[in-house]
Design a protein around this ligand. Structure first.
Ligand SMILES: NC(=O)CC[C@H](N)C(=O)O
Length: 253
């Protein structure tokens, strides 16, 4: 059975493994560089990117992660994982943090503010819905979330989020954003794809909707390496039946 690696240093790796299980796929916890050799795709979960980067550095994972990305293997970063995959991050803690890079974009690490400014929102996801079926919207769970400020021409924008002009985003740390938030209905990018790389600023593993996971599994199948097509096909069948039976609770505002 094909397996998907999930970086398991910190953060919501268990939730990703559970989401993969709902699709009939096995997620394996990755903590050491040599373990990357036995997998053909990787999810980098959300959590706290500075802490995760320190742990990755301690385990000497950065060179192996960069090689993994450069080899064209599918990698999906959610939230802190998106920050890991960005070529550039702003709003970092003093001294910055090491990044894996690969996604030609700039992310703001805490674009939406602090932990208490976490929120949920229905996002328009036309590309996801056209590939995976289901509703045109996806419930985005944003936990002290980053956002993508700029993308290169090769980056496909899969979802953005309109920021109402009256919404005060947050305090001190990001002066450039406060200036921009004066513009009515500014949109910020919250999901992107660039070749083998996928990045979401929110947490799909915390919802019952498995479409982002099955979208990623299709990317894995398209690359083909070490992945059995049959396994993924079976998983897709599992995912559509799942979709009919599992519902998220309504969004609390
Ligand atoms: N939920 C998350 O992964 C939050 C990421 C957080 N903003 C960071 O800097 O790591």
């Amino acid at each position: 059975m094909a397996v998907v690696g999930v970086l398991a240093l910190q953060g919501s790796f268990n939730e990703h493994i559970a989401a993969l299980r709902r699709l009939g796929m096995k997620g394996v916890e990755i903590r050491k560089p040599e373990q990357l050799q036995s997998i053909s795709s990787l999810i980098i979960p959300g959590g706290e990117s500075t802490t995760m980067a320190k742990l990755a550095e301690f385990h000497n994972l950065f060179p192996a992660l960069r090689e993994f990305v450069q080899m064209g293997k599918p990698v999906w970063g959610t939230c802190a994982g998106l920050i890991f995959l960005a070529n550039k991050a702003v709003g970092q803690k003093e001294g910055g943090q090491e990044l894996v890079g690969g996604l030609n974009c700039t992310v703001h690490r805490n674009y939406f503010g602090s932990q208490i400014q976490s929120f949920e929102a229905e996002l328009l996801v036309p590309e996801l819905a056209s590939q995976e079926g289901g509703p045109e919207t996806f419930r985005g769970v944003f936990i002290r979330a980053p956002a993508v400020l700029e993308v290169g021409p090769e980056v496909e924008v899969l979802a953005d989020y309109p920021i109402p002009s009256n919404k005060v985003l947050y305090s001190s740390s990001a002066v450039e954003i406060q200036e921009e938030s004066a513009v009515p209905e500014k949109k910020v990018i919250v999901a992107i794809k660039q070749g083998n790389l996928l990045g979401t600023a929110f947490h799909p593993e915390l919802t019952a909707d498995t479409r982002w996971h099955s979208y990623f599994l299709k990317m894995v199948r398209d690359v083909g390496e070490g992945t059995s097509n049959t396994t993924v096909a079976v998983s897709e069948a599992a995912s559509s039946s799942d979709r009919q039976t599992k519902y998220d609770l309504p969004i609390f505002r």
